[in-house]
Design a protein around this ligand. Structure first.
Ligand SMILES: [Zn+2]
Length: 421
């Protein structure tokens, strides 16, 4: 066997709970196998702990990872870099989603390429330290900013390529048809290398017209679709039914993701189950964004206030790939947040009633392997032979400590290179 670039010894696999050793070579995971001598320290002990299948694996660098849990690199499925860290500029708190959109739109006049770049980097740097190795960001395209945010994001994609693989969604936050000029700008972004076409049908003159345009654009460029959808407590707002039909019509099964989807949480159980079955059949990924959804929904309820989340367990039971994202960090939509996916894992565990050890493991998958699947990217199998060597070691005894304590002591490898810790 050729020499390994890295051999990580004695870490606990997040997926199985076993103590394993991980071999890394040329940016890929060469093997993950049980480690015969957990907890060893020092070169002598490491050399002594030869695997029994034919001598110790030779490695340029050996890391004693005992006391760490190994997870695939964290995946941030849904975030807005260009409107992060705006809290200080806001006149006050937004009363609801409509006001959050209006308040943020009013701030756009003060954006500059330098300003967007600085706020985006602040969040990217944090995310990288937390162990995020892949991220999908929603990039605002509208007649106010035109392609200012797009150009910033495209530059950051190159700048951060060695640390975070960035996917860019061309996102018409202010609508498409009631903002003339937006369609042309979206097409320009698609030609310039968008990774997905975004949409926000609840913020346009006609939901179906908006969706139809987004799917046609995605089809013509061979791109996936990533929508903001049904963001309310209104059980009648179910554009997801149209999205299921359009996904099948355009043959985009497995390539459509929907963020929020909170109205479904207010729908009657029979309706919700029917929709969930349709989503599973069409391979539509659900991205729950609990930090924003819990904060902005339920505002009209004077009592028995709804949580305003998508029905996570019902969707999972139906076989839908459910993942989660931070969505926003410190702005009108979400005045809180750190950019650590594990913070969102804990929040979702608490609010979607996912408290068992099995569910802690599931929450970890929702920001690693399942998240990678939603982004249509590599690494969907997690830490396995042949997968990209994107991984994070978290200083913890087991998966429960990873999700509940979210220890900040983390060591990160991206593409086989140690980039953090
Ligand atoms: Zn969003």
């Amino acid at each position: 066997m050729n020499e390994l670039d890295w051999l990580l010894r004695g870490c606990r696999s997040a997926a199985t709970g076993e103590i394993v050793q991980i071999g890394i070579r040329e940016g890929r995971i060469e093997f993950v196998r049980p480690d015969a001598r957990p907890g060893v320290a020092g070169p002598a002990a490491l050399a002594d702990s030869a695997d029994t299948s034919g001598g110790p694996p030779k490695a340029k660098r050996v890391f004693d990872a005992s006391g760490y849990v190994a997870l695939p690199g964290l995946v941030e499925t849904h975030i807005h870099l260009d409107k992060a860290f705006l809290t200080e500029r806001m006149p006050g708190e937004a009363a609801d989603l409509k006001e959050a959109i209006a308040m943020t739109a009013a701030l756009k006049g003060g954006y500059s390429p330098e300003d967007i770049g600085a706020r985006s980097r602040r969040l990217l740097d944090r995310a990288s330290r937390f162990g995020v190795t892949r991220m999908r960001t929603q990039v605002e395209i509208d007649p106010i900013l035109r392609l200012m945010s797009w150009e910033s994001a495209a530059g950051l994609k190159k700048e951060y390529a060695g640390r975070i693989e960035l996917q860019l969604v061309a996102f018409p936050q202010e609508g498409i048809f009631w903002q003339p000029g937006t369609a042309e700008l979206l097409e320009e972004a698609a030609r310039a290398g968008a990774d997905a076409i975004g949409g926000v049908p609840y913020n346009d003159r006609d939901s179906l017209e908006h969706l139809d345009y987004v799917f046609r654009l995605a089809e013509s460029f061979g791109l996936p679709v990533d929508l903001h959808l049904d963001f309310s407590d209104d059980p009648e707002q179910l554009a997801i039914a149209d999205v299921i039909e359009l996904t099948k019509k355009f043959g985009l099964q497995g390539k459509v993701a929907v963020g929020h989807l909170t109205s479904l949480g207010s729908a009657e159980p029979d309706t919700a189950r029917r929709i969930a079955a349709g989503m599973a059949e069409a391979g539509i990924h659900a991205m729950t964004l609990p930090a924003t959804d819990l904060y902005l929904n339920g505002r009209q309820d004077a009592y028995r206030v709804r949580r305003g989340l998508t029905p996570v367990k019902l969707l999972l039971d139906a076989g839908v790939n459910v993942v989660f994202g931070s969505n926003n960090v410190r702005n009108a939509f979400t005045p809180f947040g750190t950019g650590d996916p594990l913070d969102i894992a804990l929040l979702l565990g608490q609010t979607a009633h996912m408290g068992s050890a099995r569910e802690a493991r599931l929450l970890a998958e929702m920001c690693t392997s399942r998240a990678a699947e939603a982004l249509g990217s590599r690494g969907t199998k997690g830490l396995e032979e042949g997968e990209p060597a994107d991984l994070v070691l978290v200083k913890a005894d087991g998966i429960l400590d990873v999700v509940y304590d979210r220890p900040r002591e983390r060591i990160v490898w991206k593409g086989g290179r140690r980039i953090q810790g």
